[in-house]
Ligand binder design. Sequence first.
Ligand SMILES: Cc1cc2nc3c(=O)[nH]c(=O)nc-3n(C[C@H](O)[C@H](O)[C@H](O)COP(=O)(O)O)c2cc1C
Length: 329
Amino acid sequence: MAEIKLSLETEIGRIKLKNPVMVASGTFGYGEEFAELVDLKKLGAIVTKTITLKPREGNPPPRIVETPCGMLNAIGLENPGLEDFIKEKLSFLKKIGVPIIVSIGGDEIKEFVELARRLDKEKGISGLELNISCPNVSADRKPPPKASLAKGGKTENRKPQLIAKDEDATYELVKAVRQATNLSLITKLSPNVADIVAIGKAAVEGGSDALSLINTFSGMAIDIETRKPRLGNIIGGLSGPAIKPLALKAVWETAQQIDIPIIGMGGIMNWQDALEFIIAGASAVAIGTANFINPHSAVEIAQGIEDYLRKNRIKSIQELWRTVLRNFS
Ligand SMILES: Cc1cc2nc3c(=O)[nH]c(=O)nc-3n(C[C@H](O)[C@H](O)[C@H](O)COP(=O)(O)O)c2cc1C
């Protein structure tokens, strides 16, 4: 049988990817750390560790704990800050030759706006991922006061603890960042909400070009010998295979109702997992925890997707979607 002409190309906003497999924020440093191990040119895109305006030291150790079928992390956004990122990390990243997506975070909308305005001036950046969903910054550590719970989680003068938990705050943040930059905007959603699709819709209304789903699930672990939490921060974010079915459902539900591209992630360990996310409606996937087990995961997963398409004589991701009944009815 004749070989078919195959393309793994996909688009996230205005970002063109030669294959749909990227590395997830915080699990691949700033690329350089993996340069001797991995052929970085084979990645669909690189999403950097989240940077903030000023350097941050992160949370007290221990910051990572292994759990059944997953891991808990409470890194707490340790990063060198915007200026050092531009001076020391960006020059390496922009020479790689794959789209670079810079993940940005902060405690307030104006911090995101300032980051976006400054990064907009730099060459070699394809897009920004808005990390509005990190569950480890200190504001999220304390449970809400009882008064707040009695009012359904809201009090009049209380700011939401995470922007990603609030539709209005998500809309305001994305809209403000949209006005500060022409770079493609990807909003990264938290699964720690009642209705993730509603938050996604708010991001679309604000002007987001794409969505990343999902960040980690809030969790904790206790050492019964010391009778203390295993993480210095007490709570952390659960990732890895344990969360895959939950992440897949979030991607599928969102893809049913929202038309902008989705980057699916959460427990993807191999090409079969990645294909599940694409069949559920993701335009691309991001590999996170798997990088800690096998740094070649993303490259191997891209190859696995290519082999699957070839074997099934499907020419592209778009053609794969056409073979799928999205509502699975
Ligand atoms: C050690 C670690 C650090 C992370 N740091 C970030 C981060 O800085 N910014 C962010 O948006 N997500 C961060 N994440 C979340 C991942 O990007 C990803 O959304 C999540 O881990 C789910 O994917 P996975 O199960 O494949 O790891 C981090 C995850 C891990 C495990």
